[in-house]
Design a protein around this ligand. Structure first.
Ligand code: ZN
Length: 414
């Protein structure tokens, strides 16, 4: 397969990608098929998108057996995108043992074990939480996180506690003042829902339908219906297992995307946000706590948006332009607050409901079926199915001559 540049990019480096595909050879598939993963029933309590009744389990993740003499290493999961494997170790340390020496020792033990058990791993990430307060992806921040590339393993294992701040792919929770914790909403995502008086929004939507598309009064419903380009967007980023797999696929396919980041997750895994920026992607605001904003006071909504924009700018260097309400739940107050924060609320035209875990085939079919000029595609960066069907979907878009880019790239083309 030819996408303008050779696809034999087996390394997990963060080489910037070309802006657009130049030449396309459609006689061969975009990528090799993903390697099969033996299903093991996952623990879904830490997933950002919990399973709803009647819906399918998320795709199971493999686990590397942990050492029973180190119960603090709760689990080491790994997944593949068909090219590389990445693992993530979850470490829970009791409060009485909570010091940097111990944390680093457990980080060494888990990373070493993962690389030893699965030499094919490209990267091992870890998250260390305090055991008593652990609340999964929506709970209190971790104590320490890290992302160790295979090429950095020996350097990592030589680190002393005093070196940690200098290691770019380690984040330390230094207890500096953080926004008050607000529990992430665990309600299942169901699609776009508006609360309140619809008349203003309907007026805006009808205006947008008559227009060429693009931003109008802080709202973006779609791009140009006459331009063969769509925007690819991912909600709920970053994630310590899936984000590196997704970034690797996007790098190989030379596609840029917009990542709607959860502020809390960006704080805990800033190196993934930096990886996104280095690869040419766009960072956007998805609130700090991933809360449903409807019903919250204007000052709380403002705090969620403002805090997140500041954090994301400080990590990425980008000024936030776009916002998306968690769970697709919004009201005129939410839209107004975003507008006052200088954010455009970015809706979508195509939600294949990847959070329902309906399987790769269904997801791919939904994606391809709704592909249309000026579309905005909504996927989640923490759904393995989405990562695995992406190459086929991008191939389908290329076959129809439709370019895929991030939101700003799509709008620039109008
Ligand atoms: Zn979300």
């Amino acid at each position: 397969m030819v996408l303008g540049v050779p696809l034999a990019l087996a390394q997990s480096g963060t080489k910037p990608v070309a802006k657009q595909v130049q030449t396309i050879n459609l006689t061969q598939p975009v990528l090799r098929p993903a390697q099969p993963i033996n299903p093991i029933r996952p623990e879904i309590s830490t997933a950002m998108q919990p399973r709803a009744p009647g819906q399918n389990n998320p795709q199971a993740l493999n686990r590397i057996p942990t050492n029973s003499s180190i119960p603090e290493i709760k689990k080491i999961e790994y997944a593949s995108n068909g090219f590389i494997e990445v693992a993530h170790a979850l470490i829970l340390i009791p409060r009485e043992d909570d010091n940097r020496e111990r944390e680093l020792a457990f980080a060494f033990a888990s990373v070493q074990r993962a690389f030893k058990q699965r030499p094919a791993l490209e990267e091992v990430d870890f998250s260390i939480f305090q055991k008593e307060s652990y609340g999964g992806a929506g709970g209190p921040l971790p104590r320490m996180t890290g992302s160790i590339l295979k090429t950095q393993l020996s350097e990592f294992l030589r680190l002393q506690v005093t070196d940690l701040k200098r290691f770019e792919r380690i984040w330390l929770n230094d207890d500096r003042k953080r926004p008050t914790l607000r529990q992430a909403t665990t309600e299942q995502e169901t699609g776009l829902k508006y609360s309140g008086d619809l008349s203003g929004l309907k007026k805006q939507q009808s205006k947008q339908l008559q227009l060429e598309g693009g931003i109008n009064e802080g709202l973006l419903f779609h791009g140009s219906p006459t331009q063969p380009i769509v925007a690819l967007t991912f909600d709920d980023a970053p994630h310590p297992l899936y984000t590196p797999l997704l970034l690797d696929i996007l790098r190989r396919t030379h596609v840029r995307a917009t990542f709607f980041c959860i502020g809390r997750n960006a704080v805990a895994y800033p190196y993934f946000v930096r990886d996104m920026v280095k690869a040419g992607h766009e960072i956007a605001n998805h609130t700090y706590h991933h809360v449903r904003l409807i019903g919250l006071s204007p000052s709380v909504i403002k705090e969620e948006l403002e805090t997140t924009s500041k954090i994301l700018k400080s990590i990425s260097g980008q000024t936030m332009k776009y916002f998306r309400p968690p769970g697709g739940r919004y009201s005129s107050q939410v839209l107004q607050s975003a507008f006052e924060e200088g954010l455009t609320t970015a809706f979508w035209t195509d939600d294949p409901a990847d959070f329902r875990n309906a399987g790769e085939k269904t997801l791919e079919r939904n994606l391809v079926k709704h592909l249309q000029f000026g579309g905005i595609i909504l996927l989640h960066d923490n759904v393995l199915d989405s990562i695995q069907v992406l190459p086929q979907f991008l191939n389908a878009a290329l076959k129809r001559g439709i370019q895929v880019d991030h939101i700003s790239g799509m709008l620039e083309a109008i």
